[in-house]
Design a protein around this ligand. Structure first.
Ligand code: FES
Length: 107
């Protein structure tokens, strides 16, 4: 699956990730800056906050109660339409490609 991280300095990290990997895990494993993943993917820290780009918003999974709660605790401002926790976004057949913007800060 193709996963792109857009940074505010204009850099873009493009990864080819295995099906089943989360956005957070893929970023941490590949050393993509700006994604921390402090809680290890349990929707408990909000340091994996990303802004999802169009046209992928419609393909995302529902926001769980835990994710909803943590999205109100992000370091960078929440964008009601585009903010998600990277650990809750798994690349699979329904989401074979994804592009996100990485916030300026996570803590
Ligand atoms: Fe902690 Fe995603 S890694 S909320």
């Amino acid at each position: 699956a193709k996963l792109s991280f857009h940074h505010n300095d204009g850099n873009v990290d493009v990864l080819d990730v295995d099906t089943g990997a989360s956005v957070m895990r893929a970023a941490v494993t590949n050393g993509v800056p700006g994604i921390v993943g402090e809680c290890g993917g349990n929707a408990m820290c909000a340091t994996c906050h990303v802004y999802v780009r169009e046209p992928y918003l419609a393909s995302l999974p529902e926001i769980s109660d835990d994710e909803e709660e943590m999205l109100d605790c992000t370091a960078a401002p929440r964008d009601e339409a585009r903010s998600r926790l990277g650990c809750q976004l798994v690349l699979d057949n329904g989401l074979a490609e994804l592009e996100v913007d990485v916030p300026d800060n996570q803590v």
